[in-house]
Every structure is written in structure tokens, then in C-alpha cells.
Design a protein. Structure first.
Length: 491
């Protein structure tokens, strides 16, 4: 079974010469992660076997390790690792910078080391190798006392984002005892190679492909210009509810909604009419997402007021009560804290009874409002955060004598068919000046099996639906087909 190590971390290889350390490291780690004493000897001397350059090579190695660990970069130290003082120094450096540190012990039989050495073009002198083997016998007894996070054998090891450290075991649980989970696709960008003339066709193909892949829902962000977390203000960006109307005509099964509508952007009664219309035209598939609205620059750009947080909360709480009144029978007036609607006539009424309301936001005050009035709440974060929010949400639902509220989770998700595919995608998509490991963590870059494990953990933490934004969706829609394999594991 493959062992996942958290990124970033420090990996110290320990063992005698010809034990297989360098070959093993080269097979499992990108070359940029490996700091090799042999390679540094070649850099400062006449070659890897220039023993006269050893002292300079090790001084350089210590500096490279110090710089890398100080920048919190995964560092694989490829030396004999038999010098206890050096090992303990690397371990202390890792702890100083808050990085996990593991030792990989190469307990290769002495006879095998000697056999491999005889087959080398440039052999380790026999007496030198004998001394290394004797030293290793003592070192392998010392390692457990030195304080590493783990001491591993040289098996299948990967360094992965923190979200995937337990993914293998979780994926196995999903295979042995499957659990259900709904999947939503969030459209967060409309930039594609074809340009705006083909945007309509591109969205149609994307939506039908997502439906075929098994997604349960398609969501759009409710903004009027691209947000800085995703792109530039002048990138093409479509109005949300108009886009949902188009999606309703392009699809047959998936639910469609906003993730989430900013409460300041529209007259709330008018929003209720828009959502009801979408529900009727989509055959009862609309989801009305609501949020506090946070993008102040967008408000200023469009000339809208940006009320205080407390005022926006007051509007949100009123909206959570007004919308169901609009969607219900009759035309009774609504008088809230800040909203006043004399006549709540809204026909045709939505087909869904009730039309589901999803509240976006992870704050305690937001979750309390969701527990009291909404059908679902959407949060960010890992399984630990989801579990905490789920517990709070359900506790509050009991306070208001309501049934359990669905918790949903949103994340950016980059999926590859295998580890090599993931690595290639990270290298292609990451900003030029960003560390690949940090980018991989920010987009949850992992294999199909990694993602199955991550989403199993989220389901176990209390998520009933996961929404994801795929950062590699442009004119190539194959990421949807790849993700279909993740979805199928939960069906």
C-alpha cells in the first residue's frame, strides 16, 4: 500500500552505500526536491567520486537544506545519513520550522550491498563499505530514539497535500462500505479559448457533459466581475441568473442554482420572482443560494451601497423569511426588520415545495440563520472544519426544533488520472512564481483515488453534498470525464 506523507516535509534517507537510496528517491520524488551529497560533490569538485570535495559538498548541502526548510519546501536529503549529529541537526531544523520529519531506513542485507557495489563502474572501496555496514548496524538502533515523526521502510511513498494524507485508507473504506454523496459543479470562470462568440455553445457542452458525468447539480457564482481569487476584473464574466436560465434549457436532470446570491445585489422580492420563474422553467430544479455579500470593490464599481455587516445580516435574516412567503400561496404582506413588502403575490409559484434555500458562509452567526430558516448551509475547509460546522449546524437546528440541515462543502479540485498526470497539470496551471506544492495544496490536486478518499472523509465529517470548481476546464472538457470516476465510487 502506498504511504502518503504531508507536504511540505523533510525526508532523511539513512543507510549504507549501495543500499539503493538514490535510485529509490529518484523513482519517487521530483528531482528538484532531492538534495544529494553526490550531486553536490560533482558541483563543487571534479565529479561525484571526487572525495577531496566532500567537505565542501557537505557545507553546501547544509546550506541548501537550511534554505529549503526555512522556506517550508519539501526536502529529501540523499546522503548516507550515518552521521548522527547531522541527522539530529536536520530533525531539529524541521521542527523549528514546523515541518514533519521522517527517516527512511534502508536495511538492505550486507551481501546485497556488496553485490551491487561489485556491479558498479566506480565501486566503493571494500573496507569503506564494510565500515559503513558496521556503522549502520548501530545507527538503526539509534533511529527510534531520535524523535522522528515516523521511521519508514523504502516502499511506495508519495508527498501529497495535507488533504490527502489519509486518502488511501478512506478510499479503501469507500470501496468496502460505500456511502452516498452528492456532487455539484461550480462554474467560477467563463474564460475559454473560443472567446465570447462561442461562450454559449461552450457552456452548453460543459453542462451536458457534467450531467453525463453524473454531477447532481451545477452552480454559478453571483458576481458581476471576476473575483481576484480566480482571475482579473476584466475577464469575461456572465450574470448569474441569466446564465441559470440558459442552463435550464441545456440540461434535463441537474439542479441549478447560485453559490451564492449576494443579498445586496437585488431587491429581495424581485429575487424571489426570479427564482420562482427559474424553478418553473427548469421543471423544479432551482436552488436559491443566499449570502451576506463580501466584494466591496464590486459594489463600488457598480455604484451600489455596501452596508455594514450588521445591516447585511438584517437583510439576510429578513430575506430568509420573505422568500418562503413569496413562494407560498396568497398575497399576505411581509414586515421584517428592514424589508417591507405590502403584497407578496408571486405566481406561478415554484414547482418545488419548498424551493430549497442554501446559505453560504462558515461563521457561527450565518450557520445559526441557516439552521433556523434554510434547507442547506455551504462551508469551506477540510474534514476537520466540516465536522465542526456540521455539529454546530445540527445543534442549532435542534434548538429551533427543525430537522437536520444539509451541510455542503465547496472546494477547488484538480484531478488527474495518476500521479504523473497530477504533476503535469500542476506544472502547467500554477502561476510561474508559485511553489508547485503550495499550488497543489490550494487546488486540492490529487489522483482519482486521492479524491475518492478526500470526499469519503468529508462525507464522514457530515457533508451531504460537495461542490467543486475544476481549475483546468477550458476548451478541453475531459476533466469532467475524469471526475466521473470519482462520482461513480459514491453511487
Amino acid at each position: 500500500m502506498e504511504r502518503n506523507l504531508p507536504s511540505p516535509c523533510v525526508v532523511i534517507l539513512v543507510g549504507p552505500g549501495a543500499a539503493g537510496k538514490s535510485s529509490w528517491a529518484a523513482e519517487r520524488f521530483q528531482a528538484d526536491l532531492i538534495v544529494s551529497s553526490d550531486r553536490l560533490r560533482a558541483l563543487v569538485g571534479a565529479g561525484e567520486d571526487d572525495l577531496a570535495a566532500s567537505a565542501d559538498a557537505f557545507r553546501l548541502l547544509e546550506e541548501v537544506v537550511r534554505q529549503r526548510v526555512g522556506r517550508r519546501l519539501t526536502t529529501v536529503i540523499d546522503t548516507l545519513g550515518l552521521d548522527g549529529e547531522r541527522r539530529r541537526g536536520w530533525l531539529a531544523l524541521a521542527k523549528e520550522h514546523g515541518l514533519p520529519c521522517v527517516a527512511v531506513a534502508f536495511d538492505t542485507p550486507a551481501a546485497e550491498c556488496r553485490r551491487r557495489n561489485r556491479e558498479r563502474v566506480k565501486r566503493i572501496p571494500a573496507d569503506v563499505l564494510t565500515n559503513q555496514l558496521k556503522t549502520w548496524t548501530a545507527v538503526k538502533k539509534e533511529l527510534p530514539q531520535e524523535g522522528y515523526d515516523e521511521i519508514l521502510t523504502p516502499g511506495a511513498i508519495r508527498v501529497v497535500p495535507e488533504a490527502f494524507v489519509g486518502a488511501d485508507l478512506a478510499a479503501r473504506r469507500q470501496e468496502e462500505a460505500p456511502t452516498g454523496l452528492k456532487f455539484g459543479l461550480q462554474l467560477s470562470s467563463y474564460t475559454h479559448k473560443g472567446g465570447r462568440k462561442t461562450t454559449g455553445e461552450w457552456i452548453r457542452q460543459l453542462a451536458t457533459r457534467a450531467e453525463a458525468a453524473g454531477f447532481d447539480s451545477v452552480y454559478v457564482m453571483d458576481h458581476f466581475r471576476q473575483i481576484p481569487q480566480v482571475g482579473r476584473a476584466w475577464d469575461d464574466f456572465l450574470e448569474s441568473w441569466t446564465t441559470l436560465g440558459y442552463l435550464a434549457a441545456c440540461t434535463e436532470r441537474v439542479r441549478i442554482g447560485t453559490l451564492v446570491t449576494g443579498i445586496t445585489y437585488r431587491n429581495v422580492a424581485h429575487l424571489g420572482k426570479i427564482a420562482a420563474t427559474l424553478d418553473v422553467l427548469s421543471g423544479g430544479r432551482a436552488v436559491c443560494g443566499l449570502g451576506l455579500a463580501w466584494f466591496e470593490a464590486e459594489h463600488k464599481a457598480y455604484g451600489w451601497d455596501f452596508p455594514s455587516v450588521s445591516n447585511r445580516y438584517a437583510v439576510l435574516e429578513d430575506a430568509l423569511q420573505l422568500l418562503p412567503a413569496l413562494w407560498g400561496p396568497g398575497n399576505k404582506p411581509f414586515h421584517g426588520k428592514v424589508l417591507d413588502v405590502p403584497d407578496t403575490t408571486c405566481y406561478p409559484r415554484p414547482l418545488q415545495e419548498p424551493l430549497p434555500i442554501l446559505v453560504g458562509g462558515s461563521g457561527e452567526r450565518t450557520l445559526k440563520l441557516a439552521a433556523r430558516y434554510a434547507d442547506a448551509a455551504n462551508v469551506f475547509g477540510d474534514a476537520t472544519n466540516v465536522r465542526q460546522k456540521a455539529e454546530l449546524l445540527q445543534q442549532q437546528a435542534k434548538v429551533f426544533d427543525r430537522p437536520p440541515i444539509t451541510l455542503t462543502q465547496l472546494s477547488t479540485t484538480l484531478v488527474g488520472k495518476d500521479h504523473q498526470d497530477v504533476t503535469e497539470k500542476v506544472d502547467r496551471l500554477r502561476p510561474r512564481n508559485q511553489d508547485p506544492a503550495r499550488y497543489a495544496a490550494s487546488v486540492n490536486a490529487g489522483t482519482i483515488q486521492d479524491q475518492i478518499g478526500r470526499f469519503r472523509e468529508l462525507a464522514e465529517a457530515g457533508a451531504g453534498e460537495v461542490m467543486l470548481s475544476l481549475p483546468d476546464l477550458d476548451d478541453d472538457l475531459t476533466p469532467l470525464d475524469t471526475f466521473a470516476e470519482v462520482i461513480s465510487a459514491f453511487r
